[in-house]
Design a protein around this ligand. Structure first.
Ligand code: NAD
Ligand code: TYD
Length: 336
């Protein structure tokens, strides 16, 4: 199977590529990535030396570039990760978020339609359901009630993907995962930012009262679920993927302080995020029932592994924070 992965240099896409390159299910893996601030080729050690792997530096919102990739690579399936993925950035600067997440998804769907691509998995988020009051958990039929430009753009792209499944009878599934954590995550999201800051003895900015609840999913469990949906998911269906580990942010931050040997004096309460969703909560019964997937990593073990990875990779953090990794690929991939 020839698999086209979009956004494969980002956090989750790179975990997916590292996983698929370890196995032998795919004969060719093409990574279509614009290499934005969040796309880092250091996340794919060894990939360039694997004959099955290729990189296409493309903007998914550019129809001509996307057409060129589909025409030359001829994918049997697409797993679509590429997105502007950070809520705070989407609030400060919504334009690239709408362009990449909505128009970029549309451009890929159109290319897949033209080329008759046999399978398409659109990777989305539980944030499309918005804040869910206790004691409820959202299943796949919950209404979409979005607060941020990020979640609104993902909801829009989900609906486009589902419309193509229905109207053009395309074999498309949508996944909606909860908050991911693990190695190689850009230190702007809660867990990697708090770990990187704690390791460096910097302040940990907690928004509002820190009692917002997120459900945490280890990135490798997310990737195994996406592969399960790719091969066993049904056309036109949505699959929630949760970690079944809901925690208030402050609880997560305290665990990170403990794991890094730092004290609570590093916690700094800062202004709340505008439109901040209070609680995300989903059920994952459907993906478990239909594909047999289940998560393998307990939160305690996953967080310990993640803290250890950041502790062992100070150069990766320094490169990401200084932008040095960008200079490397600007030099090596200029003009692609
Ligand atoms: P990320 O920000 O780490 O990586 C995004 C990748 O997409 C980068 O490699 C970037 O270069 C690429 N990209 C951005 N704009 C592009 C464009 N216009 N054309 C081509 N490539 C482009 O994101 P992530 O955390 O790995 O998230 C991947 C996907 O999973 C996203 O669709 C996101 O909505 C979804 N998701 C993320 C989480 C999470 O907790 N991080 C949870 C659920 C779902
Ligand atoms: P984030 O990792 O940005 O994911 P999302 O907003 O997509 O769920 O944030 C997770 C939670 O942590 C969210 O409630 C906002 C909060 N948060 C902070 O309190 N401080 C921070 O510096 C960041 C980045 C997030």
């Amino acid at each position: 199977m020839r698999l086209l992965v979009t956004g494969g240099a980002g956090f989750i896409g790179s975990a997916f590529l590292r996983r698929t390159l370890r196995g032998n299910t795919y004969t060719a893996l093409c990574n279509a990535d614009k290499l934005t601030y969040a796309g880092n080729l250091e996340n794919l050690p060894g990939a360039a030396g694997d004959a099955r792997y290729s990189l296409e530096r493309v903007d998914i919102a550019d129809a001509e570039e996307v057409e060129r990739v589909f025409a030359s690579f001829r994918p049997d399936a697409v797993v679509h990760f590429a997105a502007e993925s950070h809520v705070d950035r989407s609030i400060l600067s919504p334009e690239p978020v709408v362009r990449t997440n909505v128009h970029g998804t549309f451009t890929l769907l159109e290319a897949a339609r033209r080329h008759g691509t046999p399978r398409f998995v659109h990777v989305s988020t539980d944030e499309v359901y918005g804040s869910i009051d206790e004691p409820h958990d959202a299943d796949e039929s919950y209404p979409l009630v979005t607060a941020s430009p990020y979640s609104a753009s993902k909801a829009g792209s989900d609906l486009l993907a589902l419309s193509y499944a229905k109207t053009y009878k395309m074999n498309i599934s949508v996944t909606r995962a909860s908050n991911n954590y693990g190695p190689y995550q850009f230190p702007e999201k809660l867990i990697p930012l708090m770990i990187a800051n704690a390791l460096e003895g910097k302040e940990l900015p907690v928004y509002g009262d820190g009692q917002q609840i997120r459900d945490w999913l280890y990135v490798d469990d997310h990737c195994s679920a996406i592969e399960a949906v790719l091969h066993k998911g049904r056309a036109g269906e949505v699959y929630n993927i949760g970690g079944s580990r809901a925690l208030p942010n402050l609880d997560v931050v305290r665990r990170i302080l403990e794991a890094t040997g730092r004290g609570p004096e590093l916690i700094k309460y800062v202004a709340d995020r505008p439109g901040h969703d209070r609680r995300y909560a989903i059920t994952s019964d459907k993906v478990k029932r239909e594909t047999g997937w289940k998560p393998a990593m307990e939160f305690e073990a996953g967080l310990a592994a993640t803290v250890n990875w950041y502790r062992d990779n100070p150069q990766w953090i320094a490169n990401v924070r200084s932008g040095a990794y960008r200079e490397f690929y600007e030099k090596n991939y200029a003009g692609r």
